[in-house]
Structures are given as C-alpha cells and as structure tokens.
Design a protein around this ligand. Structure first.
Ligand code: ZN
Ligand code: ZN
Length: 382
C-alpha cells in the first residue's frame, strides 16, 4: 500500500507552524487513540500513521529530508525502526507525562530499540589467573582456556535445520512481533515486542537445527592468549575484547575479563611501583663495610655497605623497581639492611669478642655514649 503524504495525513500545509502541527496531531491522535477505539485495528493503524507523520514533521531535520525526498528519505525504515531516535518526551507536553513509555512500547519497545530482528548482546565472562610476583613485574603471556557460548555455524543463527523448509512463525503468525495489552496513563494500550520464537524474522524452519537445537548458540572451549603487561598489580583486570559469550541469533560477542591475582613473593614486597627487600648483614660487615649480594628483579647484584652501617638503614636503588603499568617510568628498589647478631658463640669466639669489646672506646659507640650521658644528667637533676 502506498504511503500517504505526511502533510495530508495531518491535514496541514507545508508552511505549517509548530503550534498548528501540534494542534492537528493532538486532535487526530485523540480521535484514533486505541483507548477510545478498543479492538479497532483501523483506528490503531491510523493512530500509528498520524504519530509517524508528526514524528517526522515536528523534527526540523527530518522535515527537511522529507520535503526534499518524500518517503524515500526514510526508505527501508518502518514506523518503529526509522524513527527510533524520536524523542518521545516531546509528546509529553501534548498528552501529559508518562507517554514516552507508551509510545516506545507501541513502536517496538523502548525509545531506542529497533523493531524487527532484535540484536542480542552476548554476556561478558570472567577468568581468574594467578601469576607470580616476578611475572607481574616483568609481564608475561598466559593462556586462558574456558568454555563459552559461540554462534552455531550449522544453522548460521536461524536455529533451523538448514535443508528444512521455512514456515510462518506460529507464535507471531508471521508478523515477527508479539502484541499485548498493557496499562498506561492512557488506559489499555497495545504494546509490541520482538517475537522470541522467530526473533522477529516472522518465519521459522520446520525442523530445529540438530547442532544447537534451535538455540542458535553452542558451547565451545576456547583458548585465548592473554598478554599481561609488566607492572600489573594484584586485583587488576584486563579485558579481552569479544572473548565472552555470543548473543543468540548472530548477536554480538561479550568480552572476557581476566582478573589478575599476584602471589606473594618470598623476597620482595611491593609498595606502588617500589619494591622493598630486607637483607641481613653481619655485625662484621656492618662495622667494617663490604660488598654484599642483593636480589633485584633481574637476578642479583652487588651492593657496597659502608663501614659503620646501622641496623635498619635503607639504601635506594633508583629505577630498579617495577615498571609502571601505563609506561610511566619505573619504581625504585629499597634495600633495608638488618644486622644479624651472632648466636651460639663458643668459648673461643666469646673470648675474642670480649677482648674486642673491651678495646672499644666512647667514640666507637657514639649513640650509647650520648644516651648514657643524658641519663646521668637527668639522675643528677632529680
Ligand atoms: Zn544451529
Ligand atoms: Zn515469531
């Protein structure tokens, strides 16, 4: 059936003002409103027709397109699909609030949803992976092996046996949409939604696909390579685009989220991008100084301990920490030394230590000397 001219539908001229247009539409919409014409298909069709005309002519851009190209401007679009961006809120000042929902429902459920075949979004999946401290610091590649839903290749998303005949969908009687009566501010309204049986195609194969049993998606096991960047931290997650489940009926693919767990390390502790390690040194090295071997991310290196190093002294190795995950430089390595006091001395060792200790003077023990002087002073004054 040829489409009627929008101006003719609303009974207005091309030079109509917005106010006149609104008035004309309001009058017709009230007249043909399904609530006033229960069960009258013709009235409902008219209602849709005037609404569609108003949707175009009340939108300056669409009106201009229509004036220039006529209905061809919106070729291939039906009342629901073509005008899906129509702002239903605009109608609320004509009929009062709450209309957006109703119009959305009438023209394909929701302001932005297309009528006809529905696009099904695939869901996201989660995958947990545990890596070592060093893997996190240097980056690594892990394989994620998991099960997900994939598009059925046998039926190419139709759900039917490829060689079987197609017939009109019994659920929607070939229309591709299901209508039901819903209550709204206007009273009872017809609402249409995509038929779940045929996904809006209006037809279905007589026999279901033997691979997916009509579900259009099948379970598969996939292995994805996950590149984990250097500097990743415990609790961070990475997205593998399209690594998730496939939506039915050739829907979109969800994403895979890889949650990273980092094992604690025996030697290093992480503070932001700095790494901290405690290194025991001997009483002797602390006193006279010397080179000690210390761990770094790439193995070990030699570090000079100056003579007279005190317990808990922290040495900073600049840039030897963890690389920033976003590529903004490196952290530092902080080496904290603690002096291990020798235990279980035998008689000879003890003797030589006693000899050594008695040779020491106040200047060898500055802290101790100062401390006892302060204490003496206090005792004297009290
Ligand atoms: Zn199939
Ligand atoms: Zn159907």
């Amino acid at each position: 059936m040829a489409k009627r001219d929008y101006y003719e539908v609303l009974g207005v001229s091309k030079s109509t003002t917005k106010e006149e247009l609104k008035k004309a539409y309001r009058k017709l919409a009230m007249e043909f409103h399904p609530d006033k014409n229960p069960g009258n298909q013709e009235a409902e069709d008219k209602f849709k027709e005037v609404t569609e005309a108003y949707q175009v002519l009340s939108d300056e851009q669409k009106k201009a397109q229509y004036d220039q190209f006529g209905h061809q401007a919106f070729d291939g679009m039906n009342a629901g699909g073509g005008f899906s961006n129509f702002n239903y809120e605009d109608l609320s000042d004509i009929f009062g609030g709450g209309l957006g929902d109703m119009f959305g429902g009438m023209f394909g459920g929701g302001g932005n949803r297309r009528q006809g075949p529905q696009v099904h979004e695939g869901s996201d999946l989660r995958y947990d992976v545990t890596i070592t401290f060093l893997e996190a610091a240097k980056g690594c590649i892990k394989e994620a092996k998991y099960a997900r839903m994939a598009h059925c290749k046998t039926c190419k998303g139709t759900g039917g046996k490829p060689e079987s005949k197609e017939e009109s969908c019994p659920m929607c009687k070939g229309s591709g949409e299901i209508r039901k009566v819903v209550r709204s501010v206007f009273g009872n309204m017809m609402q249409s939604s995509t038929c779940p049986e045929c996904n809006g195609r209006g037809k279905i194969h007589k026999e279901k696909c033997s691979e997916c049993h009509g579900k259009t998606i099948i379970r598969e096991t996939v292995t994805k390579e996950v590149k984990i960047p250097a500097g990743i931290a415990d609790g961070q997650r990475m997205r593998v685009s399209q690594g998730g489940n496939a939506g039915p009926y050739n829907g979109t693919l969800g994403d895979l989220y890889v949650f990273i767990h980092v094992k604690e390390d025996e030697i290093f502790e992480r503070h932001d991008n700095d790494i901290i390690c405690e290194v025991p040194i001997s009483y002797f090295v602390a006193s006279v100084g010397g080179d000690i071997e210390i761990p770094i991310l790439d193995g070990t290196t030699t570090m000079k301990i100056p003579a007279g190093t005190q317990n808990g002294k922290v040495f900073k190795l600049k840039g030897k920490g963890i690389p920033d995950v976003h590529g903004r430089g490196h952290g530092d390595e902080l080496v904290s030394v603690f002096i291990e006091v020798p235990k279980n001395l035998n008689a000879t060792q003890r003797e030589s230590l006693e000899k050594f200790e008695s040779s020491l003077k106040g200047e060898n023990y500055k802290n101790k000397t100062n401390f006892f002087e302060k204490l003496k002073k206090r005792l004297k004054n009290s």
